[in-house]
Design a protein around this ligand. Structure first.
Ligand SMILES: O=C(O)C1=C[C@@H](OP(=O)(O)O)[C@@H](O)[C@H](O)C1
Ligand SMILES: C=C(OP(=O)(O)O)C(=O)O
Length: 448
């Protein structure tokens, strides 16, 4: 199964220690939101450090289709001339969100409370993912959605001409669902409320406030109660996007696994709704130092110094799942090289990502000689210790960037090289991955 273009076979093999500075690109979640809130604002939003991955570029294109003017001025430097809340135009063509769940779900949210119709599609991975989780709450505003069986793309959303505000408790831990409801609430009169039992990444709330919306968060026995006052005038802002902790995870884990490594990963977001992996790695015995802790672009950030470490398996608290949800694939790769068993409960959401990530990691690890156990909600990896993973397999990545990068990291530490059947989706979130990893000394090559 390939992504947008021809599949790219990539191989990672053992080499010398990793060293140097890994400057990972801008945060994907924040990049999507900067473009979307820029488009919903009055004036010209200026963004620096925007991730130029395909997922974000597809959102930029979509914002143009809804009437905003999005311009690139230089690497990572973009501007958005917004149309204001309620100012979206009806797109003339189908909106293609490519591989991006965040893109399609947030954009559905922000058009659902306007009197216009839009049709959405995506690549073969996105067309399998459930959209009912956002169109159900959007129906409460008065929007209607017509999609394929199971709430799949392609899907047409008819926005509500007279939206009403909504109070919605999210049935699953999902920042995309929370954000879709809050963005729809922008163009509804009165207060829109989202209650989430488990806190998820809070970039939408932070950024809405930054653009001038009134958003309050209250801790209640039912969970966080987030209230947005509808129909604000959002004002254009300058947004400096911090580096992506989910991308930083790959060089960090690679340095932990390759003997003798010592790298710096500067300016990585330490937002507590995103930093679960780093806590988990520390509990496994990782030598990670958090230096120069500061605030950048409204997010807590630190420079990470990471050195090779011998790791031990742990049970990862299920309550931490949301704060490291995209990092489980690389954690599973790390767990394979740890001593003892790593148990990862509470991870059923992984089944509806770009691929079924529990299945993709389980099958790939087995092919590399690692014993695993799984059920609907849990992945257990029986670690083989440093230098214990045989490798030597070609792994199926199922149009999933994180599966591809995770097995390439594992290939740097396994006895035999590991090949991924398609590295092309890496460009959706981390277009400079190969270059950056090679710069640290990693042996990652493409098939001739
Ligand atoms: O809101 C976001 O930017 C994201 C939310 C998460 O998805 P869910 O909302 O499905 O958990 C995460 O997996 C995704 O990569 C980005
Ligand atoms: C799940 C992810 O992204 P999305 O849901 O936006 O496709 C991811 O990047 O790991």
């Amino acid at each position: 199964m390939s992504g947008h273009g021809d599949p790219i076979l990539m191989t990672a093999r053992k080499g010398g220690p990793l060293s140097g500075v890994a400057e990972v690109p801008g945060d994907k979640s924040i990049s999507h939101r900067a473009l979307i809130l820029g488009a919903l604002s009055v004036g010209r939003t200026e963004i620096t450090g925007l991730l130029e991955g395909q997922d974000v570029l597809d959102t930029a294109k979509a914002m143009q289709a809804f009437g905003a003017t999005v311009t690139q001025h230089g690497p990572g430097a973009w501007s958005v001339e917004g149309v204001g809340v309620g100012g979206f135009a009806e797109p003339e063509a189908v909106i293609d969100c490519g591989n991006s769940g965040t893109g399609v779900r947030l954009i559905m949210g922000c058009m659902a409370s306007s009197a216009l119709t839009a049709t959405f599609t995506g690549d073969a991975s996105l067309r399998k993912r459930p959209m009912g989780r956002v169109t159900d709450p959007l129906a409460l505003f008065g929007a209607r959605a017509y999609g394929r069986e199971g709430g799949r793309l392609p899907m047409t959303v008819v926005g509500a001409a007279e939206p009403v505000p909504v109070c919605y408790t999210t049935p699953m831990a999902s920042a995309q669902v929370k954000s879709a409801v809050l963005l729809a609430g922008l163009n509804a009169p009165g207060e829109t409320v989202v209650i989430e039992k488990t806190p998820t990444r809070d970039h939408t709330e932070r950024m809405l406030r930054g653009f001038g919306a009134e958003v309050t968060v209250e801790e209640t026995p039912e969970g966080n109660r987030i209230t947005l006052k509808g129909q604000p005038e959002l004002t254009a802002q300058k947004v400096a996007v911090p580096r992506d902790p989910s991308s930083a995870a790959f060089p960090v884990c690679a340095a932990l696994l390759v003997p003798g490594s010592d790298i710096m990963v500067p300016g990585v977001s330490q937002n507590p709704t995103r930093n679960g992996l780093f806590l988990t790695l520390k509990e496994m015995g990782a030598n990670i130092e958090f230096l120069n802790e500061r605030e950048e672009g409204g997010e807590p950030v630190a420079d990470l110094r990471v050195r090779y470490s011998e790791l031990t398996g742990i049970t990862v608290p299920a309550a931490r799942a949301a704060s490291q949800i995209d990092e489980y694939p690389v954690l599973a790769a790390v767990a394979a090289c740890a001593r003892g068993t790593t148990t990862m409960p509470g991870v059923h959401e992984l089944r509806v990502k770009e691929s079924d990530r529990i299945d993709a990691m389980a099958r790939g690890l087995e092919a590399c000689g690692v014993k695993i156990e799984e059920d609907e909600d849990t992945l257990i990896v029986h670690g083989l210790g440093p230098d214990g993973v045989p490798g030597g397999a070609t792994v199926a990545t199922h149009i999933d960037h994180r599966i591809a990068m995770s097995f390439l990291v594992l290939g740097l530490a396994s006895q035999q090289p590991i090949t991924v059947d398609d590295g092309s989706p890496i460009a959706t979130s981390f277009p400079v991955f190969e270059e950056l990893m090679r710069g640290l000394g990693a042996t990652i090559t493409r098939a001739e």
